[in-house]
Design a protein around this ligand. Structure first.
Ligand code: GLV
Length: 386
């Protein structure tokens, strides 16, 4: 990082030095840290992705905690630097933490926070938006309009798919996958097929009850099925949304062979992590199957797209904005700050990281706990009784 590092400082005389590698939405997170005697330093450098060296420079000789971003490589080097500076707290401002080497953090006794619970609906809403945009070819039609090509209504102009009565497939029916499934079932009366190692009883009950409600009102009921394999979902669904975490087992989960299993007119949505799809294979598949459509929020080599993807009319691409609603992003900043603060102050860890409403209520003091520490067990941190 070119020196001097550009930094914005809040509460210069605060006892604890907390660094945020990026400006984050809202000011509540800053106020909460300042009220608890933190000096808050926010990196304002005009560089989107900070390197390990940039962050080492930010950490400096004394640093109690860092709030970082999913674009940063938090491994041995950074945790060692943070620990040398006296720091024992790090939080990603993200629910996913595949950019963090948790074993390295454990080695240096650094708590690693993340921000679940606040982005479930927002992320599911983007997956739903991409599904609709792909089904109804909204981006292509918008480009056509702006290019001045519309010279009158035509029966064949931008004909897409009706979702009602089709099947939505969900791979990974955790919090976000289940919220997305509910939106598509309830909003568009789609039938559900899902694959997850764990049974999603709540989701099944919801679809059953909604199906009964529709039937009682003289409408076609919706149905659900828990598939015994992921391939079954790929073969049967019309719209498929991917919601697994990224690890060794999910890398290139959707590859050439699996793309070939899908219906020729299927829609594939990915708001999880880019490497879950083999993007080179996807580009080839899109080229050979013009009616196959994809909606992507994440990419294999972010911020880049694999060659050819940007030229495909049957691909909708957005820049990793699934959690980007104002409420969610401000909430994520608050949770990340409270994770770091909680460790600095020696607070226990909140017992249910998905039930974070008490931390988000702007009219009350947040509980004296760290909302979500992923390595709490490994570090033997106490759990809150609140
Ligand atoms: C965003 O991708 C997140 O993991 O929060």
């Amino acid at each position: 990082m070119a020196k001097p590092v550009s930094i914005e400082v809040w509460n210069p005389n605060g006892k604890y030095r907390v660094v945020s590698t990026k400006p984050m939405p809202g000011t509540r997170w800053i106020n909460l840290l300042v009220e608890q005697d933190c000096r808050v330093e926010i990196c304002t450098q005009k560089k989107t992705i900070l390197s390990v060296e940039d962050i080492i420079a930010l950490i400096g000789d004394k640093c109690d905690g860092v709030i970082g971003q999913l674009t940063e490589d938090w491994g041995e080097t950074l945790f060692s630097a943070l620990s040398k500076a006296g720091g024992k707290a790090f939080s990603n401002m993200a629910v996913g933490y595949n950019n963090v080497d948790v074993n390295a953090a454990n080695k240096y006794g650094v708590a690693v926070g993340n921000t679940p619970g606040v982005l479930t609906e927002t992320t599911a809403e983007l997956a739903a938006s991409l599904s609709l945009a792909a089904a109804r070819r909204i981006v292509e039609a918008d480009e056509f309009m702006r290019a001045g090509l519309y010279d009158g209504w035509l029966p064949n102009l931008y004909v897409g798919n009706l979702l009602k009565g089709q099947t939505v497939g969900v791979i990974g029916a955790g919090r976000i996958g289940s919220a997305y499934a509910r939106m598509m079932v309830e909003g568009f009366k789609m039938n559900l097929i899902y694959f997850d190692l764990y049974q999603s009883t709540r989701l099944e009950k919801f679809v059953t009850a909604y199906g009964e409600f529709l039937k009682a009102n003289g409408e076609q009921p919706v149905t659900w099925k828990r598939a015994s394999s992921m391939d079954e979902v790929l073969q049967q669904a019309d719209v498929i949304s991917l919601h697994p975490i990224l690890d060794k087992t999910t890398y290139h989960l959707v590859n050439k062979e699996r793309l070939a299993l899908m219906k020729k007119e299927a829609i594939l949505i990915n708001c999880s992590r880019g490497p879950v799809i083999d993007e080179v294979a996807l580009v080839e598949h899109l080229k050979h199957n013009p009616m196959f459509r994809v909606g992507l929020d994440v990419f294999e080599d972010e911020p880049y797209m694999k060659p050819g993807l940007g030229d495909m009319k049957n691909a909708i691409v957005v820049p990793h904005i699934a959690s980007a609603s104002k409420w969610t992003r401000e909430g994520m900043a608050t949770l990340a700050a409270l994770n770091v603060l909680g460790k600095i102050k020696g607070y226990p860890v909140w017992s249910d990281p998905n039930r974070v409403e008490p931390f988000l209520n702007e009219n009350a003091r947040p509980p004296a706990a760290a909302p979500s520490i992923v390595n709490a067990k490994a570090l033997g941190l106490p759990v809150s009784k609140l």
